[in-house]
Design a protein around this ligand. Sequence first.
Ligand code: G3H
Ligand code: 13P
Ligand code: ZN
Ligand code: NA
Length: 283
Amino acid sequence: ALVPITELLKEAEAGGYAVGAFNCNNMEIVQAIIAAAEAEKAPVIMQASQGAIKYAGLDYIVAMARTAAEKATVPVALHLDHGTSFEQVMKCIRAGFSSVMIDGSKLPLEENIALTKKVIDVAHAVGVSVEAELGKIGGTEDDISVDEKEALFTDPEEARIFVERTGVDALAVAIGTAHGQYKGVPRLDFERLKKIRSLVNVPIVLHGSSGVPDEAIQEAIRLGVRKVNIDTNIREAFVAAMREVLARDEKEIDPRKVLTPAREAAIEVIREKIRVFGSSGKA
Ligand code: G3H
Ligand code: 13P
Ligand code: ZN
Ligand code: NA
């Protein structure tokens, strides 16, 4: 069965590693995530964004994840990534998600707290874990200066208040990462992370982790990150493999011939990440 992320992250905290949270939006990526986790004997979080749900269908996402988890010998969570409304979160819980993220990071602090609390009250009553976001992580395409970026970083004192008032299970923070492909090498604010971790007693989540150097990810894990989100690096590997087949043989018309190497490439990149996060062999 699908499990909430709470127990997985608690064990990660005890063991000083992080659990990989990999985005999926089709069957091949779901299969790749499970194959990689099985091969590495690692606990794993499969997550679907609202965009992924819109693409594949809520019923298909849940059915694929359930099928994958049923056969798996490793613990698997199905987590909603960046849920933005109470209604969206409720739909996912009713459909069978074992964990959800409510992303109220665009809201003023008090409204973010209120929305997060409202989700937690319902989710916890049915054994579903909740991740929230404080500070704005944003995308690499957002054209803003360094100063403007830092103004959006998570304030450690606000994080303390937020966690205390909401009772959230995991907290996503803005410390210099961004969603999508980076133009240069991202610089993480480790001092801020250290400060946040000294004030809050819940697992920290790192978003936008594709493109962050392995050493920086590992330093963040030493400082308390327990869930690391990866989407872009899977997309890159998946589509690059598709392009290779298509470029090699313009006459190829069998989707399986295109998608098999793509799935293999996704497995490889996910296995590498799992090893970097230190969760290999922890299931
Ligand atoms: O956080 C963003 C994830 O990479 C999901 O992206 O909304 O394009 O599915 P998406
Ligand atoms: P990347 O696409 O940069 O890996 O970010 C993924 C993410 O944070 C999903 O929530
Ligand atoms: Zn994210
Ligand atoms: Na990124």
